[in-house]
Design a protein around this ligand. Structure first.
Ligand code: PEP
Ligand code: MG
Length: 747
């Protein structure tokens, strides 16, 4: 039975590929296909609807419906039965279309006389391209075999679409991968870069989706699958030597999928129906991705992701088109990916000039790495991996969250002008690098930099920073698959201290939990992780790792002065407890005969509003305080810093927040506690200026921001800024920004 279906479908595919092999215009080819399918399935109607834009399907060719409706009839995704096939990414097979949910009558097509309807999605790698429909007057349900045969044909049409077969005069589609496209995404790391696309997962090009010899294709699939299984077994054997249970479980899941009979059987059936082995893998992958989009359970989604990953590996084995090796990275590569892990990004390192991701988030590990490496990063660039080809020209505008792929000349030249202007500005900043950030009225603001990698340290000299105001220690934990060892950490911290040549570095203890989950830590399902078991809360409840880190820090200092601060302190008790742990470690180190300086500063990050109202004793006990504005602002306004819908809703220069910062600065000043601000806002010149006007005398920011901030501070009189802010406050303004920006224009 399966053989009959297979041979019938193979016969149709053969006719299809023979037809398409003849030179012709795109529209003529589409017309031939509909004619051929209708004929072969004994149906009165066959129609192809293709996506015009992200939301609209257009009737592009038909056999049997009114020819005048071609390129006229359009449907929204989800509208009518055709729209429903596209929105649900699954076939509809009915004997009586009028009784089917969502049926919509389109008089211009003359389809009212057709009773049965079989529609299947045309999709490639989970990407919806259109819908293929057959209809008959006779009220009959198509058999499963017929439906399956049509899906196979749809797969070939999808591959042909990708190859640009339907492009041409009056055709349905414009040539793929040639137009200029601008992707509007989110800002994750500022900066601009021009370069050429480097796809993290290269797009597989399949020249011939229809296979002449199914047996040879089956053999190719078997060989590739055997290699894949061997690779997974190797990974598993390598990892079993003491790796974490979670990691092993993931690999076991890989092995289970690789050995899954269902997966293999489905692909073999596809090949018997006439598809090339690669297309059979892609067909299954499309189905997995469609399922992935529908599964709400995060665990199951992850597992489907594993299967997707395996399909990619299998495709690479079959086509021999693999990951470009790292040595192949072109000079001006812009990395384009669906998503990327921090370890993979570190491997590319500074060799890439920009990154554009389809997924990603502002606080993801990859973003942290991109920031640390100062590589412009645009996230949420929907569907860019489908559009971009290796080597395409691309402009990354990290300041606006835009990526211009294959840009028009006018866009490219405006972009280059912008970069040139930025370079002029850089020259200006270099000239004041060794000068202090002293305002016109003689107030000096200490400018420090934020860091998180050894690779950041050269910026200490290049940027003119006085020291490192925040060293995030998470990265060394996040990018490994096991807990780092104390000796290794001590070595790393020690080289960081060496590289700083005596400038002060404030090490922040591990800030994990929330979005930063360690690969080897059991994931806690928390309803609201940003307000959950994170940072110092986790450190105090499970003190093993914190103690190890404190020991590593003290060993690295080896008798030199050091500054250590605890993140996310919400109340005095937490600070007292953490500080005591550090004091205990100091005693222990000394008792073991290790040198520990008398000058170990112990500070706290003020990241929750509660800490601003802690008892005086807290401020007296803390050697210093650093305001973590990223977190403080999200809790002050109750607006998730990770959530694109709300994160820009409240201005940092909102009167309430700025007044709060002023109160913290005053309280610290009254109680003699040194205070600085180390959130991202410290690196924005207007914000930095307002913080200085509110009384802050130390700011810590990305190295690239030090020049612009210093340049502005050196041009202003703080008393004047205060007057402008106070006027705006008394006028009832929501934010002081308009007033300050207006005043700056008069300078
Ligand atoms: C902050 O919250 O402002 C901060 C500096 O810490 P992180 O961004 O690492 O949470
Ligand atoms: Mg924070």
């Amino acid at each position: 039975m399966a053989e009959t279906t297979g041979s019938r479908s193979r016969h149709l595919l053969k006719r299809l590929s023979d037809t398409l092999a003849v030179e012709g215009e795109g529209q003529a080819r589409l017309d031939k296909i509909t004619n051929l399918i209708a004929d072969s399935l004994g149906a009165e109607v066959c129609s192809i609807y293709l996506l015009r834009d992200a939301k609209t399907l257009e009737l592009c060719a038909t056999e049997g419906l009114n020819p005048d409706s071609v390129h006229q009839t359009r449907l929204r995704i989800g509208e009518g039965l055709v729209g429903r096939v596209a929105s649900e990414a699954s076939p509809i097979n009915t004997a009586d279309a009028t009784r089917e949910r969502g049926f919509r009558y389109m008089p211009e097509t003359g389809e009212e006389i057709f009773s049965s309807f079989l529609g299947v999605p045309i999709q490639r790698l989970g990407e919806m391209l259109g819908v293929l429909v057959v209809q008959t007057k006779e009220a009959r349900t198509h058999s499963d075999d017929e439906a399956y045969g049509l899906e196979v044909v749809a797969m070939v049409i999808a591959e042909m679409t990708e190859l640009g077969v339907f492009v041409g005069e009056g055709a349905a589609l414009s040539a793929p991968h040639q137009q200029a496209v601008t992707f509007s995404g989110g800002i994750a790391q500022e900066g601009s870069a021009e370069g050429h696309v480097l796809l993290h997962d290269p797009q597989i090009v399949i020249a011939n989706p229809v296979a002449e010899d199914p047996d040879a294709e089956l053999q190719r699939l078997t060989v590739a699958m055997d290699t894949l299984k061997g690779d997974v077994d190797d990974m598993l054997n390598m990892q079993l030597g003491g790796d974490s249970e979670e990691h092993r479980q993931v690999l076991e899941a890989y092995r289970m999928f690789a050995n899954s009979k269902g997966w293999m059987n489905r692909m073999q059936a596809d090949i018997r129906s006439g598809l090339a082995a690669e297309v059979a893998v892609e067909k299954e992958q499309s189905a997995t991705r469609a399922r992935m989009a529908r599964v709400p359970d995060p665990y199951l989604r992850e597992r489907l992701h594993d299967l997707d990953d395996l399909s990619n590996k299998l495709l690479r084995l079959l086509t021999g088109q693999g990951h470009g090796s790292n040595s192949d990275i072109p000079q001006d590569a812009i990395l384009v990916a669906r998503n990327i892990g921090p370890g993979e990004l570190l491997e590319y390192g500074k060799r890439i000039k920009g990154i554009v991701l389809e997924e990603g988030s502002v606080g993801s590990h990859a973003t942290i790495v991109a920031r640390a490496l100062a590589i412009p990063l645009v996230i949420h660039a929907a569907k860019i991996t489908r559009e971009a080809l290796n080597g395409d020209l691309i402009l990354v505008d990290g300041d606006q969250g835009l990526a211009h792929l294959r840009p028009e000349d006018s866009v490219a030249s405006a972009f280059r002008d912008k970069i040139a202007m930025q370079e002029v500005a850089q020259e200006k900043y270099r000239s004041i690098r060794d000068k202090p950030a002293t305002t016109e009225d003689g107030t000096t603001i200490a400018l420090h930099m934020n860091a998180g990698l050894m690779a950041d340290l050269p910026s200490l000299d290049n940027s003119g920073a006085e020291g490192v105001g925040l060293f995030r220690t998470e990265l060394q934990f996040l990018t490994r698959s096991t807990v780092p060892r104390r000796g290794n950490l001590a070595k790393l911290y020690s080289s960081i201290l060496e590289a700083a040549h005596g400038k002060r570095i404030v090490f922040r203890t591990l800030d994990i939990g929330s979005d930063k989950v360690l690969p080897y830590m059991k994931r806690e399902d928390e309803p609201n992780p940003a307000m959950g078991w994170r940072a110092i809360r986790l450190g105090l409840d499970k003190p093993g790792v914190m103690r190890m880190q404190l020991q590593a820090l003290l060993r690295a200092a080896d008798g030199r002065p050091m500054a250590i601060m605890f993140p996310f302190v919400a109340q005095f008790e937490e600070f007292k407890e953490a500080r005591q742990k550090l004091l205990d470690e100091i005693d222990r180190e000394r008792s073991l005969g290790h040198a520990v300086s008398d000058d170990i500063e112990i500070g706290a990050m003020l990241e929750t509003p509660s800490l601003a109202f802690a008892p005086d004793q807290f401020f007296e006990m803390a050697d210093f305080i650093s305001i973590g504005g990223n977190d403080l602002k999200q809790f002050f306004f109750a607006a998730d810093r990770e959530n694109e819908k709300v994160r820009r809703r409240y201005d940092t220069l909102n009167v309430s927040f700025l007044t709060f910062i002023e109160q913290i600065a005053k309280r610290c000043d009254d109680l003699g506690t040194p205070v600085s601000f180390c959130g991202e806002d410290a690196g924005r010149p207007v914000e930095a200026l307002c913080f200085a006007a509110m009384g802050l005398r130390a700011l810590s920011m990305r190295p690239a921001s030090i020049g612009p901030v210093k340049h502005l501070l050196r041009r202003v009189d703080l008393a004047e800024v205060q007057a402008v802010i106070n006027m705006a406050r008394t006028s009832g303004a929501q934010s002081v920004r308009p007033a300050v920006e207006h005043w700056l224009k008069t300078l």
